[in-house]
Design a protein around this ligand. Structure first.
Ligand code: A2P
Length: 328
């Protein structure tokens, strides 16, 4: 069946990619609205060969809309997701505003699709780094039970939107940063989102809390250090895992490769491993550098790479909307 859709934040980096992914996957659309701020009203958008005009988001925007895909930041989501929900529109939200709400499912379609169907009007799309991490972790958890995870991330500037990419490009030319507190060109910043009282950043907190929620494992030990690196697009993660049960490396490799949404790239003799430049513009999660962590019983190290704007945001959002079409 065809749906009436709205993209909230249609002019942003993720919003524009959502549009492209809907076209690529030939999502069945009856009507589609492109919503943004007053600044963008009147901008032209092409969708499936037809011209559309960007409209200003307002309280009346959701009339007749079945599904609204939000990517306009937390403050807009906090307010307008409730208005959309009141209207009977189902919201798929990219911000962190609703992710840890008990009534809001947090969904990665290859991991916990069943959760999407218990929504009460809002479904959250997880944090970009969390999405790519939980694909392999789900496989490992089902087979061997994950006891503890240590994340170290190498995150691209596209995760900060256009402002992040601008800081990298201008920084290479020797200009001062406008978005980040320090230069990102030729540098690494162990600082993504804001710092909290416990010394962690909010990005680190999101990875910790969201992993446990998606894998339904409140007892799992999870810790994270999230770092912004001078890569334009594509997040890379070092994932160190302690499993409850013994495993065989070759069969883990096979199980990961069999998982929908994962591509194993692991051939060190030929220098084959996942890299951000190859993940760019694709929808898969790439896993490689699989090796035993000899410092632990049942320890395993992985390197996990994905396009943070696509699988980490736009594609995952559209996949959730596809699940909704299967509802009722
Ligand atoms: P606009 O382009 O009109 O500012 P990004 O994260 O890539 O910067 O994108 C943010 C998205 O959220 C853009 O589409 C932006 O629209 C939209 N947005 C920001 N503020 C508002 C607002 N007050 N009302 C509606 N959309 C907004």
């Amino acid at each position: 069946r065809e749906a009436n859709l709205a993209i909230v934040g249609a002019t942003g980096m993720v919003g524009q990619t959502i549009k492209r992914v809907l076209e690529e996957r030939d999502f069945p659309v009856n009507k589609i609205l492109f919503l943004a701020s007053k600044r963008s009203v009147g901008k032209k958008v092409m969708f499936k060969g037809k011209e559309h005009v960007v409209q200003e988001l307002n309280e009346g925007s959701f009339k007749d809309i079945d599904i609204a895909l939000f990517s306009a930041g937390g403050a807009i989501s906090k307010k307008y997701a409730l208005i959309a929900k009141e209207n009977g529109t189902v919201v798929v939200d990219n911000s962190s505003a609703w992710r840890m709400d008990e009534d809001v499912p947090l969904v990665v379609p290859e991991v916990n699709p069943e959760d999407a169907f218990s929504h009460k009007g809002i479904i959250s799309n997880p944090n970009c780094s969390t999405i790519q991490a939980v694909l392999p972790l789900k496989v490992l958890d089902d087979l061997f039970k994950v006891k503890r995870v240590v994340y170290s991330t190498y995150q691209a500037v596209s995760g900060s939107g256009v402002a992040g990419v601008d800081d990298l490009k201008a920084g290479i030319q020797g200009k001062e940063p406008k978005n980040y507190p320090h230069p990102i060109a030729f540098n690494c910043l162990p600082h993504i989102d804001v710092f909290m009282d416990d010394g962690y950043t909010k990005e680190e907190r999101k990875m910790i809390d969201e992993t446990k929620k998606i894998l339904k494992s409140s007892k799992m030990g999870v810790t994270a250090t999230t770092v912004r690196v001078p890569v334009e697009n594509g997040h890379s993660l070092s994932v160190n895992v302690e499993l409850e049960k013994p495993y065989n490396l070759q069969s883990v490799l096979q199980s990961l490769n069999d998982k929908e949404g994962i591509v194993v790239l692991d051939d060190i003799k030929n220098n084959v491993y996942p890299m951000a430049i190859n993940a760019h513009n694709t929808d898969d999660v790439y896993v490689g550098r699989l090796r035993r962590d000899f410092s632990l019983e049942n320890g395993l190290n992985l390197w996990v790479v994905a396009d943070n704007i696509r699988k980490g945001a736009a594609t995952n959002t559209v996949q959730i909307a596809e699940l909704l079409l299967k509802e009722d």
